[in-house]
Design a protein around this ligand. Structure first.
Ligand SMILES: Cc1cc2nc3c(=O)[nH]c(=O)nc-3n(C[C@H](O)[C@H](O)[C@H](O)COP(=O)(O)OP(=O)(O)OC[C@H]3O[C@@H](n4cnc5c(N)ncnc54)[C@H](O)[C@@H]3O)c2cc1C
Length: 455
């Protein structure tokens, strides 16, 4: 009897073992099948560029990751730190802004995301292959992507710290060298009467207007005017710009309303800046005593201790094949910010040809692209992007007799710590409002930008 019971128990045990074996094998096989099928749906997104456009878009997508499904963002940047370059015209003046307010480590800003979702790669994109959907980077690796966001921005023509240089160390060193040179110089020539030149001259003069000679040399190029007026005419606008409103004749900030240029010119003169209009620096030669001799387009020469060229921004697009670039080297995009002719590639910020190179437009593009990518990954159609075609244009969108949207070019600039000016479309903004809004040059936004809490 006992023997029968023992045999029955053993048979039951065996049966349980067999059932368990089948169950578990099937279970593990199912897990294996599940994970095998999960990996193809995992979307690999590469973001090139760790500045305003790249960082904000990466955060905007990662924060919605739960709504999208499995994804991994790899951010490729040659800089370890975000550089708040918008404050650089004040940053070049010694003792004005501490390094910690201009530089912030990027990787730490993304530490809240799991490693499976985000990776920071310290490298530079060197070769884009849109057919193979891969990017060759400076470490020698090749990264494959499902989706690519190009946000590599622009750089200054001259080796100046108004934009990020080759690495964070290089940018920081250049900034410190600039500060030392400013401190020593008795004469400083700033060349270029665009926003950067006017802001830099204003900041230098606010601090040193009485003890150093600050000269702003700017050319009012009639070609730029005629081009701009043509652009104004060909764009749809419910608020067309009257060409007589655009600054003309020898002045500064030429793509601005005349009232803005005049205000800025007066503010610079109040700070004792000598403004030389209608001329440009043709060449600069080093003199034996350490000074520089500048030759101007009108034939004059200027001897100066320090020369600061501020004209000429170039898109960082050398790794992108020529068919995707316009004659200026900007990436050509369609109304969805997709790179024309390339599958699953988008370009935003200064590197793209979509609108004027400003933080404010770059941020709108970033928010729009992030929304579209989330829609796309949820099988919803993307929405077209509304372009503010020119800084001077305002486009009203009226549906059923109701104003539903207003897209206008906007520009604000600081002239020293107290004066400022700007415009919205062709309307000049009240100076005290711009001065109040821009008094810190927004450095307090760097932390929340890098850690994503701003979005
Ligand atoms: C002095 C100055 C002041 C300004 N002030 C204002 C302002 O007050 N308001 C405003 O609206 N706009 C302002 N702007 C314009 C604004 O700064 C730009 O529109 C903005 O920087 C664009 O951001 P971005 O991310 O597209 O490019 P960028 O800021 O140019 O950044 C591009 C990033 O990509 C990296 N990169 C470059 N090449 C590669 C590569 N091959 N691979 C990977 N990464 C790469 C760069 O190192 C950099 O970090 C100012 C510009 C300047 C120069």
């Amino acid at each position: 009897m006992i023997d029968i019971l023992l045999r029955a128990a053993s048979a039951i045990q065996q049966a349980i073992n067999i059932v368990f074996h089948f169950l578990t094998v099937d279970y593990f096989r199912q897990i294996a099948l599940l994970s095998a099928s999960a990996s193809p749906t995992m979307k690999r997104i590469i973001v090139l560029g760790g500045s305003y456009a790249g960082i904000s878009t990466a955060h905007r997508i990662l924060k919605q990751a739960a709504k999208i499904g499995p994804l991994k963002i790899t951010l490729v940047s040659p800089n370890t730190d975000f550089y708040w370059s918008m404050a650089s015209p004040r940053g070049v003046v010694p003792g004005q802004i501490a390094d910690e307010k201009l530089f912030q480590p990027i990787a730490a800003g993304f530490s809240k995301y799991p490693a499976a979702q985000f990776e920071f790669t310290l490298a530079k994109a060197e070769k884009l292959d849109v057919e193979a959907k891969s990017v060759g980077i400076s470490s020698g690796e090749t990264l494959d992507y499902d989706y690519l966001i190009v946000a590599t921005g622009s750089r200054t023509r001259a080796h100046t710290p108004f934009k990020a240089l080759g690495s964070t160390e290089e940018t920081r060193d250049a900034l410190h060298d600039f500060q030392s040179e400013v401190k020593e110089a008795k004469t400083i020539v700033v060349a270029g009467a665009g926003v950067t030149g006017v802001e830099a001259a204003g900041e230098l003069a606010y601090e040193y207007g009485r003890e150093k000679k600050i000269i702003l040399v700017g050319l009012n190029d009639p070609m730029t005017h005629s081009l701009m007026i043509r652009r104004v005419k060909c764009c749809f606008s419910m608020h067309p710009v009257n060409p007589s409103q655009i600054a003309s004749g020898p002045t500064i900030l030429e793509e601005s309303p005349a009232s803005v240029s005049n205000y800025a010119l007066k503010a610079l003169k109040n700070l004792k800046v000598t403004v030389k209009l209608d001329t440009k620096v043709m060449s600069s030669a080093q003199l034996p005593a350490g000074q520089k001799e500048l030759t101007l387009s009108n034939g004059d020469t200027l001897t100066t201790d320090m020369y600061i060229p501020t004209f000429g921004l170039i898109p960082n697009s050398s790794y992108i094949p020529a068919p995707y670039l316009n004659t200026n080297g900007s990436v050509m995009v369609d109304e969805y910010l997709r790179v024309k002719g390339a599958k699953d590639v988008w370009a935003i910020g200064d590197v793209s040809d979509v609108e004027s190179w400003q933080f404010i437009t770059c941020d709108r593009q970033s928010a729009h692209l992030a929304r579209n990518m989330i829609s796309m990954m949820n099988n919803r159609p993307p929405l077209p992007y509304k372009v503010a075609a020119s800084r001077m244009i305002s486009v009203f969108i009226i549906r059923d007799g109701v104003l539903t949207d207003l897209v206008a070019g906007f520009m604000g600039l600081q002239i020293g710590k107290k004066a400022a000016t700007g415009h919205f479309g062709s309307w000049r903004l009240p100076s005290f409002i711009v001065a109040r809004a821009r008094r810190t040059l927004f450095v307090e936004n760097m932390g929340p930008t890098v850690d994503g809490s701003l979005f």
